[in-house]
Design a protein. Sequence first.
Length: 571
Amino acid sequence: MLALFATALLAWWTWQGVERSVPQPTVERVDCVSYAPFHQPGETPFDAANRVTRQRIRADLVRLATITGCVRTYSIDQGLDQVPAVANELGLQVLLGVWIGRDRERNEVELKRALALAKSHAGTIRALVVGNEVLLRGELAEDELIALAERAKRELDLPVTYADVWEFWLRHPRLADAVDFVTVHVLPYWEDEPVAVGRAVEHVLAVRRKVQDAFPGREILIGETGWPRAGRQRRAAVPGRVEQARFVRAFVDAAAERTVRYNLIEAFDQPWKRRLEGAMGGYWGLFTRDGERAFPWHGPVNADPHWRQGLAAGATGALVFALLAACLPATRPRRSAGQAALAPIWAGALVGCAAGALLVAQWRHAVQWNQDWTDELPAIVGALATLAFAWLATLRLARPVHGAAPATVPGVYAALGRVRGDVAGDTSADPGRDSVGDEASATRVGAAERWLGILRFGWLFAAATSVVLLVFDARYRGFPWASFAMPLVLQGLLALRGDTLPRDAREERALCAVLFAGAALGLAQETLANAQAVVFLGGLALFALACTGTRRSRASTSMPSSAPTAEGVNE
């Protein structure tokens, strides 16, 4: 089973690296693209002291000029007031954004500066966007937004608009009379009923037709549309590199054919958004944060360009674990000592292969979902716990099941008691009690078994916490399957040889109950259309099942030490 798991994992990783055809036409240029310069680690628009230099803006716009003739901004603070001047030098036009929020005094300052900037760069600024998703955030009332837009129209000889999610335009039709054209955001991935990438382009166009029907005769601009390259699946909407390429290529082609005006979100990946929206917020860019193309604009696309890292890590893990296992003393009788030496080596190689590959997957998940080292600390702890659990379980699995009765893997209460010295050390079986099926009859509980019990509790606690968070706060949380795959498989193998929870492991059993209930609720919320949720939550339920499976009597897993073994009889 372990060999099949390791083989399947590496086969999947290899498949990830296979180039897949994206049949849509080649993309050369796009109509317009959202630009925010905060694409380096630590940069955020929430830091008022963070001012972007003209050199950075110019370098970014030089790169963007190779794919578009227009950029959309969202504010003029933190150095963004330099964008129109730089854009003018490069022959770009700007949809100039005015950030409007609940702070009315700041709104006044921002609007005055934007009006002055628009007047001085009238040839470069295509339109003024007064407010972005203000109604969605619930920060101002409709009347206040109308007043701001009408004021901008009176003072400028430029088109004025407001931008929001398309449903809010339908709920606030009076806004259309205050602007020159309607700017709607249509993001199929983020819809309340998420749309699969295969239907996403038609969904965007259908929404545009719906808005056009609501505002006949008014020009409609799709102010934001795009697809994330990383993150969690939402119903049938799967983020990914191939999916992003498929959507962008198909949408740009469809928009050109129908003469639809649009703006793609966004120019560069924005790491700071990961803190607010998870991985899904940080990977919408046509360029990575380092300025590289996020995906090929023509030809086949690799789902994972760095897939060889997983294979290399698997091979390294197999070698390291096999060498460590080779140092273990043989544990079988003399007649089969050679075979006994090979058993832990093979077990170690297989576990190490899977562990190495999974550690790469764990780390990638952490990098995608977290922003700095403080966020990644749990991932580091999880990686160390994975290695520790894998090694201790390998030792356990490599131990022969005949001969002396194997040590019991205790519950966390008993295990911590022994570590703290609260319980007497090495407890021997009471010869006056029946040893069959009695947890107190284990010959001794060694350090490896104690730590295995502690780690098992840790993984159960982490799994239960993940499930509870997914049930009550799922929108911006992912499915870290790689963190739990190794404990699941190894605990399943341990369960096959009878290593399940002792009867007195009440804490673990309570966590298993939470896991079962949470997995059922989570699947009901996500629906079976979400394959990532099915695999992750189903896997956690199987992990709980492997922990709580019925313990076989010790008579069926071992023989008394005084009884001759089959090999001993042959001798």
